[in-house]
Design a protein around this ligand. Structure first.
Ligand SMILES: [Zn+2]
Length: 241
């Protein structure tokens, strides 16, 4: 008989495949990201299906086959009810799942990622957050994940000349992993780069210090978030390619 394995994890993604099967992406506590096949889940096992909702914390049992893991059983051990009931929270949740899926490739235990995910989803579920604050929580997850994965950007000094950053004409350059000053930028001719505002630098520094208390009170405008969005998505695209 095949060995049954157990894992505790959050469901990040589900895809329908073939007629009644689904492929789930689960971020687990001990193995990191795994993909698991649930056979005929759309047809027969309504109870099992109920446990397999996005963002649920589940304890799952599976068999390791030659090509994939097949689900045997799943038990729901935690649910983020407010995420699922609120479209804005749900959208942020999807984006968090998407960056985790895009940046983490292999099965590997990473306690810090697990803790970051748990912390972020708990905040997403429990706190009353404005739209701006929801965006900020998403960036909190993104930049801390990047840092855990070993790509923490240099946001205090110019990557090239190592001088302290003076907030004019600063450029974020994904390829060199941080910010370069206007003088160095003129000399370097980096194609992929984006202007980064002082406010974005301040936000990223607070995020990397994991200072949610300050971040939750920080005055932020729509414009600040537009620049954060541009910088973050450029970095994400660079890292996920
Ligand atoms: Zn410089």
């Amino acid at each position: 008989m095949a060995i049954r394995y157990r894992a505790l994890g959050f469901i990040l993604k589900k895809q329908d495949i073939r007629e009644a099967d689904q492929l789930f992406t689960v971020y687990t506590q001990n193995t990191g990201k795994i993909k698991i096949l649930a056979k005929a889940i759309r047809k027969i096992d309504a109870k099992l299906k109920g446990n397999f909702q996005l963002f649920n914390l589940i304890e799952l049992e599976f068999i390791q086959g030659k090509n994939h893991k097949t689900l045997v059983n799943a038990l729901n051990v935690g649910e983020f009810v407010r995420i699922k009931k609120d479209l804005k929270r749900m959208k942020a949740g999807y984006q968090i799942a998407e960056i985790l899926d895009g940046l983490v490739r292999k099965e590997q235990e990473e306690k810090k990622i697990w803790e970051l995910l748990e912390e972020t989803l708990t905040r997403l579920n429990n706190l009353n957050l404005s739209l701006n604050r929801l965006r900020l929580l998403y960036y909190y997850f993104f930049w801390n994940l990047v840092s855990i994965l070993g790509y923490e950007p240099q946001v205090y000094k110019c990557v090239f000349c190592h001088k302290k950053l003076i907030p004019t004409g600063l450029m974020f350059v994904p390829e060199v992993g941080g910010i370069i000053c206007s003088g160095c930028f003129e000399k370097s001719q980096k194609d992929e780069s984006i202007s980064i505002e002082a406010e974005s630098i301040k936000i990223i520094r607070l995020i990397l210090k994991k200072n949610w208390i300050i971040l939750s009170k920080l005055k932020i405008t729509k414009d600040n978030l537009i620049n954060m969005q541009e910088v973050s998505s450029m970095f994400f695209n660079f890292l996920s390619n």
